[in-house]
Design a protein. Structure first.
Length: 154
């Protein structure tokens, strides 16, 4: 009997204690204050993986670059002739998609144009070349990450 009375008394104290600290009481009817941003004009920024971004910049820097946008994780090359073939030109767009160092966190698109009768015409995108460029960038990002871990930066 004493054991049951003590359990009942302990439960009452516990429940009443939770009602005093409504922040701790999950069944409380009180509205909890929401965290307010310090500024109302905060622009949502996309966070990109720094190793994928750095590796992309290193590999793409050998080409004429048209645009680099860190906030959106996009690097765009200008149109360029490769291997001295004057009747075709390529443009490469590299996108770092998120904050994680993962293979699916990188997307490379290769655009191609062919010269037909003196005019540039869009050609079928080269998926194999895009895949090879992705592999090169991912390998470089892996090397950069391992160096950072060895140096104690990560």
């Amino acid at each position: 009997m004493k054991k049951q009375l003590l359990c009942l008394l302990g439960s009452i104290v516990l429940v009443s204690g939770c009602s005093w600290f409504s922040a701790l009481n999950p069944w409380s009817e009180e509205k909890r204050p929401q965290a307010q941003p310090q500024e109302q004009n905060i622009v949502a920024q996309k966070i990109v993986n720094r190793y994928l971004w750095q590796a992309s910049m290193e590999k793409m820097s050998k080409m004429p670059l048209q645009n680099t946008d860190l906030q959106n994780g996009v690097i765009t090359s200008d149109w360029m002739v490769v291997n001295g073939v004057p009747n075709e030109k390529f443009k490469i767009v590299t996108k770092v998609l998120g904050p994680d160092l993962r293979a699916d966190g990188l997307k490379v698109e290769v655009l191609k144009m062919d010269r037909v009768n003196g005019e540039w015409v869009e050609a079928q995108p080269n998926q194999r070349l895009a895949s090879e460029i992705e592999k090169i960038i991912l390998k470089q990002a892996s090397i950069l990450y391992r160096r950072a871990v060895a140096a104690g930066e990560e």
